[in-house]
Structure formats: C-alpha cells, structure tokens
Design a binder for this molecule. Structure first.
Ligand code: NAD
Ligand code: WQD
Length: 336
C-alpha cells in the first residue's frame, strides 16, 4: 500500500489514477486545505475503486502514527504542501510550518514505523534563474521566495536523513517543471479555489468566459517572442513519473534526484495559441509589466529520468490544452 499525502490535490489525484493503473493500492491523507473530498470519488469513477481516504494533517504526529499502525504502508508519496509563491512571501511562517515542519513530522513517523521509501514533490523553482539551458540536475540551486526555500530546505532534510542512515532510505526528489492538463476523462483536473496564479488555469478560465482577458507578464524577455518560456508537462505524464520512481527505488537505496519535464521550451504566446486551437475559443490578452520574481526561461534536460527510470513525457502542448479544456468546460458547465 502506498500512502499519498495531499492525494486529493491536483497532482496527487492524477497520481492515484496512475498507481491504480500500475496495480498499486493508494491510501490518501489530506487535510483538504486546497482540495475537496469529492475528488476521490471521481478518481474511483476512473479506476473502478476509490482510494482509502483519511482526513488529517501531516503535521499531526498522532494522526500519522495511527495511519502507519493501521495500514500496511510500504512507501509514501508526499505531495502535501502549500504552493502559492506570492502567498508564501506574505505568510512565510505558514509555509515553513506546513511544508518543512510537515515533512519533518512525516519523516519521523516513517522512521518510527520502519517505512523508508519516499517520493518527494520538489520543483524546478530550486534552480532559480538558470545560467544556461536546458537545466540539468547538477546545476546550482537557489531560491527567491519562501515557497522555493521550503523546497530547497526539504531537499536538504532528505539528503541529511539519508546520510545519517546510509542505505536505509530510498528517496526520490522529483523536480517538476510546469504541470498542466487534466485526465482525459475530464473528471479530475486543476481546481484553483481563487484567482489562478498559474498560466494555464487562467487561460482556461478566459476561454470559458469566466474571465475577460489574460495579462501576459512581459513581452520584453530575451526569448523568441519576448514572453516567458517554460517546460509544460502533462499532469498524467508527471503522475506516471511517480510510479517509475517507486519502481526504481525498489532496486536502488539512497537518494534519486531527477527532473520531470519534457525538454521542450514553450512561450506564453505559444501556449495561448495552442489553447485557442484546442478550445476553439478566443483567448484575449494584453501585455502588462513583468511579474516580479519570474525567470525568463526554464526548461529541463529530462535525459537522466529517461536513463534511470525509463520514463519519458509522452504528451505535447496540444494534448495538454485539449485535456485542460475538457476539464475546464465541464467545470464551467457544472457552475452553470
Ligand atoms: P495541490 O494544492 O492541488 O495539492 C496539495 C494537496 O495537499 C492538497 O489537496 C492540500 O489540501 C493538501 N495539503 C496541504 N497541506 C497539507 C497538510 N499539512 N496535511 C495534509 N494535506 C495537506 O497542489 P499540487 O499542484 O497537486 O502540488 C502537489 C505538490 O507538488 C506540492 O508539494 C507542490 O509544491 C509540488 N509542485 C507543484 C507544482 C505545480 O505547479 N502544481 C510544481 C512543482 C511542484
Ligand atoms: C508561467 C509563465 C508567467 C500567469 C510557478 C511557480 C513554481 C511552480 C509552478 C510549484 C510565466 C506567465 C502566468 C499569467 C502570464 N510551482 N504568466 N500570465 O511562474 O513558471 O512557476 O508555478 O513549484 O514554483 O513559480 O508558472 O504558470 O505562474 O507562469 O503571463 O496570468 O506564464 O510570467 O512566464 P511559473 P506560471
């Protein structure tokens, strides 16, 4: 059984589907601070059986020890975290507490229960502004905001835990690039509770008529069309990467650190065009000043993940946008 913290969230719910497809049973622990309980019913509608669902917080040691005592957990995939960059600047203590303290509490509970296999959600944000592209795992690391610092700190905690008990732990630090899209069923997807911070959910809401116009943050970057360039990865490819990492860890103790990206750079305006094609709807936009803290370009060298895990992203931006639109269209309809 695999414990999935934050399994009701965006990436977690898609990973529950991937685990089921791989014949692995998931048990989800989520405090629903950024998700809804009903997501797991929709995961069940896709897979045939909803994962076991426990409401609880990774910062609660009593809750964790009960979870490990009552269920035959062999490995943990740890998604539970707060992830809004701007909010982390305004409320740093909340982020350090939820993300860093939460991870330490989880690791203590794992150690006590003798469970030492962990797949951890890291982020390309740990590379800061890269000096060259594409980004390899051995590039220098830095952070420009508290959210990024929590990821860097947690990566360090994991390295230290491994160093203290060599060959005991099996840890994957997966550095995600920009996850987008949704499951092809249209039943699960990204469900921002507020005004979306990220590009694709915002574009999708503009296409659906829920918002008037996209603000494009700067067209004066040193990129082909002047807008920011990212490595967007289909969330189902990303989810499969977790199953591949679990398989790898079965045979390899120690710490694995890999990028999960496509290796394909895409600009904001290219993404807008792809979404217009996929949805058949216009996405009006206006150029506004750069967003503070944004890097100009960020894309992965995904070769290490392919070599070590045998994993490679399969879907391109058109498919990402088609699946995001199917989900968005369903959400928009259900809202009337
Ligand atoms: P999400 O907010 O949709 O999912 C996170 C889930 O964790 C939510 O269901 C939330 O309710 C839960 N949660 C948060 N704090 C918790 C706690 N203390 N105890 C129990 N549950 C808790 O976010 P996501 O996009 O699915 O991201 C998952 C992970 O991937 C996070 O660690 C995030 O930092 C990381 N990540 C996300 C992105 C991205 O762009 N979405 C990129 C890189 C890394
Ligand atoms: C993508 C591009 C924007 C919104 C963030 C976090 C990162 C990671 C993923 C978790 C950029 C542009 C965006 C909009 C725009 N999260 N944009 N108008 O900034 O690469 O990464 O989310 O780890 O830590 O920083 O993703 O989707 O916000 O932006 O023009 O309304 O779209 O400037 O070029 P980003 P994003």
């Amino acid at each position: 059984m695999v414990l999935v913290t934050g399994g009701a969230g965006y990436i977690g719910s898609h990973t529950c589907v991937a685990l089921a497809a791989a014949g692995l049973q998931a048990i989800v622990l989520d405090n629903f601070s950024n998700s809804r309980r009903s997501v797991l019913d929709r995961v069940g509608a896709i897979t045939g059986a909803a994962p076991v669902l426990l409401q609880g917080d990774v910062r609660d040691p009593a809750c964790l020890s009960q979870v490990f005592a009552e269920h035959p957990i062999r490995a943990v995939i740890h998604f539970a975290a707060l992830k809004a960059v701007g909010e982390s600047v305004r409320e740093p203590l909340r982020y350090y507490d939820n993300n860093v303290a939460g991870t330490v509490t989880l690791l203590r509970a794992m150690q006590a229960a003798g469970v030492r296999t962990l797949v951890f959600s890291s982020s390309a944000t740990v590379y800061g502004e890269p000096a060259t592209l594409p980004i390899r795992e051995d590039f220098p690391l830095s952070a420009t905001n508290p959210y990024g610092w929590t990821k860097l700190m947690m990566e360090q905690v994991l390295a230290d835990v491994d160093a203290a008990e060599p060959d005991a732990w099996r840890i994957a630090r997966l550095r995600y690039f920009n996850p987008v899209g949704a499951h092809e069923s249209g039943l699960i997807g990204e469900d921002p509770q507020d005004i979306p911070n990220n590009l694709l959910p915002y574009v999708a809401q503009v296409a659906a008529g829920q918002r008037d116009c996209l603000s494009v943050y700067g067209d004066d970057y040193a990129t082909a069309d002047g807008t920011g360039v990212r490595d967007y990865i289909h969330v189902c490819d990303l989810a499969d990467g977790h199953v591949a990492a679990l398989r790898y860890l079965q045979a390899h103790p120690g710490v694995l650190t890999v990028n999960l990206g496509t290796g394909r750079p895409v600009s904001v305006l290219e993404m807008v065009s792809a979404f217009e094609r996929a949805s058949g709807r216009p996405v009006p936009y206006r150029i506004v000043p750069r967003r503070p803290g944004d890097v100009a370009q960020c894309w992965a060298d995904p070769a290490l993940a392919e070599r070590l895990l045998g994993w490679k992203a399969r879907h391109g931006v058109d498919r990402m946008c088609q699946d995001a639109w199917r989900w968005q269209d369903g959400v928009a309809r259900s809202l009337g």
